[in-house]
Design a protein. Structure first.
Length: 420
């Protein structure tokens, strides 16, 4: 993935450094924006870059709400900057002119006013790069294109000096059409960041003998993940073993642990629990030696799962209990809850329903305290038959009421999760 980010970064840097180009039109879908924006944030965070990035990622429904949202966001950012300046005892930046709050002013004039004020308060030698990439839907293409066209022409006409514009084009490429007469100052970028294109680039990198070995290894691991998703298990194992060989030769021990765990996952998915246990065990042994506690917690649960599936409940209890205690010490709540949930499952499988109820209630309390409603739903479902088996009817009734309440809450947010 790193080589893909570097490729995107190079395209942005080429545009930013090109004195002839002032507008970059990006032909991309909304879902491709996250990786583009992440890369832009890397450029913005570069301590050696003097450029100022002003990003707006709202979807577009109408010009008024779009400009209102932009004004609010920029005002908050200016307020934050002034708070930092005040702490340092430095002069504050000038606030936005009050007339920009006047909604009787045309929307495109308010937009230009916002951009002009930002240009005014930023040192002249520093570029201001506006980024308009709607992560939501562009509902009215004509209105969106018309609004940004007004801002672009301020730049074309030299009224916003040292200012550049990065804009997501509309699905029908309307901005390309509107800027046709200014083609000499426009750059076009079609990043091809859909899933198929990314996987193709990753596969190419995994085979590229000139790529840095670590990048090739990471790409091969990602391709193994694709193989698993498409149930090409033998191929996934082969890729992971090749990566493991490289990490062993380069003495990257923690990465060896991760790959062993990945191989264990593949065997686990195929129902080969003894082989899964073998690789989980190797992963866990390395993580313990390296004192990599987050990996130890995660891999202890996996090792316990492999033991559980072989009905080796006595040993599984040891690993789940250790994972829960280590997660508590490290304050890793999700994995602590997961370990307790699996510990209760194992105690139940051992025939100790009362102990399982105690364990599940500990997990349920953690879910309640943290607001983890989906996790609570899964635990309450486990407790329902356990209370019935233990003959605790009153507690079962109370549990059932809470279960129904939590179920209705989760259904409102993400009903599909209840089916998992």
């Amino acid at each position: 993935m790193q080589h893909i980010i570097e490729e995107i970064k190079e395209n942005f840097q080429a545009f930013i450094g090109d004195e002839e180009k002032s507008i970059l039109l990006i032909e991309a879908e909304a879902e491709e924006g996250l990786l583009l924006l992440k890369t832009l944030s890397l450029l913005e965070d570069d301590e050696f870059s003097p450029d100022i990035f002003a990003s707006h990622t709202d979807g577009f429904s109408d010009a008024r709400s779009y400009v209102n949202s932009l004004f609010e966001n920029q005002s908050l950012q200016l307020e934050s900057v002034n708070e930092l300046l005040a702490e340092k005892g430095e002069p504050l930046l000038e606030e936005f002119p009050p007339e920009l709050l006047n909604r009787t002013i045309l929307n495109h004039d308010r937009l230009i006013g916002i951009a002009a004020h930002v240009r005014k308060i930023v040192q002249p030698e520093r570029k201001v790069i506006w980024v308009f990439f709607a992560l939501g839907e562009i509902e009215h293409e004509e209105a969106y294109a018309g609004l940004l066209r007004h801002l672009a022409f301020q730049i074309f006409e030299g009224k916003l000096e040292n200012t550049k514009l990065i804009v997501r084009d509309t699905p029908s490429r309307l901005l390309r059409e509107k800027f046709a007469s200014n083609e000499e100052t426009i750059s076009h970028y079609q990043p091809k960041l859909d899933t198929d294109s990314i996987f193709k680039k990753i596969e190419e990198q995994s085979k590229n003998a000139d790529a840095p070995p670590d990048e090739r290894a990471q790409s091969m691991m990602m391709m193994a993940g694709v193989d698993v998703a498409e149930k090409r298990f033998d191929r996934a194992i082969q890729r992971n073993k090749s990566v493991l060989d490289y990490f062993e030769k380069s003495k990257q021990t923690q990465k060896q642990s991760v790959v062993h765990n990945n191989i264990g996952d593949i065997y686990y998915l195929q129902g080969d629990f003894p082989l899964a246990q073998t690789h989980y065990g190797k992963a866990l042994e390395i993580s313990i030696e390296e004192k990599a506690q987050p990996l130890v917690i995660y891999q202890s649960i996996n090792f316990g799962n492999a033991l559980f599936m072989q009905a080796n409940y006595d040993d599984a209890v040891i690993y789940y209990d250790s994972a829960a205690k280590l997660a508590a010490v490290n304050k890793v709540l999700p994995q602590r809850i997961q370990a307790l949930e699996r510990l209760g499952d194992t105690q139940k499988a051992q025939g100790d329903t009362e102990k399982a109820i105690v364990t599940w209630n500990e997990a349920a309390d953690l879910c309640r305290e943290s607001g983890y409603r989906l996790g609570l739903y899964g635990i309450l479902k486990r407790l329902d038959p356990a209370y019935e088996e233990a003959g605790e009817i009153d507690k079962r009734v109370e549990n059932w009421r809470e279960l129904e309440e939590v179920k209705s809450e989760v259904e409102k947010v993400e009903p599909a999760l209840l089916e998992k």
